[in-house]
Design a protein around this ligand. Structure first.
Ligand code: CP3
Length: 348
């Protein structure tokens, strides 16, 4: 690791690090009393559209915990509002008129980030100016298929039946919608990097609902389109796939530097399948934060052990932190990961 490179960015590039970096998906949010206090006065939508407030919420977890990265406070659905989609957060995203026809697909405006989401780019500039040195900022977008699930389905659901049925009933239209989303997210993420984001992450939260052939044909193809367009940005690219244990071998060729997985995929197996050519991110079960301290410590140790102590592991949960988590447990987790991994690095 060259002097001055933040530990998180070095780990993304699989360079040796003095300890394993950690950040937590959804680290800004409802489990923090200071977030709830702000949220009691301001809607979620207004938080994401007011750069000073989005920056404040992004920085809140960094004041409490020794986290190794910040993540922009926004939502995967926010840029779709800029493309003309009428949606509200209740608290999950609800699309007023789900997209199920060619006409609705054609009506989606291509995203022009400076025109359509200037507040996101301004938030990034404010965060960069205020974040502690050594704590890089991650920009993000939804994976095309995950956005497709909400756009076609209209709201959160367990199986996203409407979206998955659409893949089979009209694969051509589904492919066109996914391509539009892939291109829009490429433009969105490139603009975030230009504004100052130091790594870019694609959240494919619902890709694991698909069988391997449909994952390959629809979700992976679209995600690859987005990631390929971002290669020239020069920042690490992270692809997170939830419930992807049956899909790992499809990820080996994706154009990402880091693969994030949920707790159902053991990291040693993920490493084996990826052939050591990518860093891995994850993957403690968010439920483990409810364990007694010694069990939490043991589980964190297990994740570190499965990651193999090799360069190229970023500690995280396997999915977003739960809203009723005790912030004290997060503080313990961050400290345990740093202490144990530093000790192991010292022993090598
Ligand atoms: O990670 C962070 O700290 C940054 C903020 C962030 C939010 N959403 C804030 C948010 C990020 C990275 C997201 C991504 C997101 N949003 C995903 C991908 C990651 C994942 O969890 O799978 C998805 C699927 C969504 C869609 C979404 N937005 C849902 C399902 C919900 C409601 C349920 C929930 O978990 O809160 C939202 C709303 C939302 N996004 C909230 C926050 C803090 C809650 C809004 C509130 O305060 O009421």
């Amino acid at each position: 690791m060259s002097a001055g490179t933040p530990v998180f960015l070095a780990a993304c590039r699989r360079e040796p690090v003095p300890y394993t970096p950690i950040w937590i998906m959804r680290q800004a949010g409802r489990y923090l009393p200071e977030y709830r206090e702000l949220r009691a006065k301001v809607s979620f939508d207004a938080l994401t559209r007011t750069p000073q407030l989005a920056a404040e919420v992004t920085l809140q977890p960094l004041r409490r915990f020794a986290l190794d990265a910040a993540i922009l406070f926004s939502d995967i659905m926010t840029p779709l509002q800029g493309m003309g989609v009428d949606l509200t957060f209740e608290p999950g995203p609800v699309v007023r008129e789900p997209i199920r026809s060619d006409a609705a697909i054609e009506a989606l405006r291509p995203l022009s980030p400076e025109r359509d989401v200037p507040f996101v780019l301004e938030s990034i500039r404010l965060i960069r100016a205020a974040a502690p040195r050594g704590v890089p900022l991650i920009g993000f977008a939804g994976g095309p298929f995950t956005l497709f699930c909400y756009l076609v389905g209209g709201r959160q659901s367990k199986q996203f039946e409407a979206a998955r049925a659409f893949l089979y009933s009209d694969p051509d239209a589904a492919g066109r919608l996914l391509e539009r989303l892939a291109d829009a997210m490429a433009a969105y993420l490139a603009a975030q990097a230009t504004a100052g984001a130091q790594a870019l992450m694609l959240f494919e939260s619902w890709g694991g609902l698909l069988a391997p052939p449909q994952f390959e044909q629809f979700a992976l193809r679209a995600a690859r389109r987005t990631l390929a367009a971002l290669r020239s940005c020069g920042v690490p690219l992270i692809y997170y796939l939830n419930q992807g244990s049956a899909l790992l071998k499809h990820l080996a060729t994706i154009e990402a530097d880091v693969i994030g997985v949920d707790w159902r995929s053991p990291l040693d197996e993920v490493r084996r399948v990826l052939g050591g050519l990518k860093a891995v991110q994850g993957n403690l079960d968010p439920a483990a934060l409810f364990a007694p301290p010694e069990v939490l410590e043991q589980e964190a140790g297990r994740v570190l052990h499965e990651a193999g102590g090799l360069p190229g592991h970023i500690f995280n949960l396997g999915h977003g932190i739960w809203p009723h988590t005790d912030p004290e447990a997060v503080a313990r987790l961050v400290d345990v990961v740093h202490e144990r991994s530093a000790r192991a690095a010292g022993a090598r």
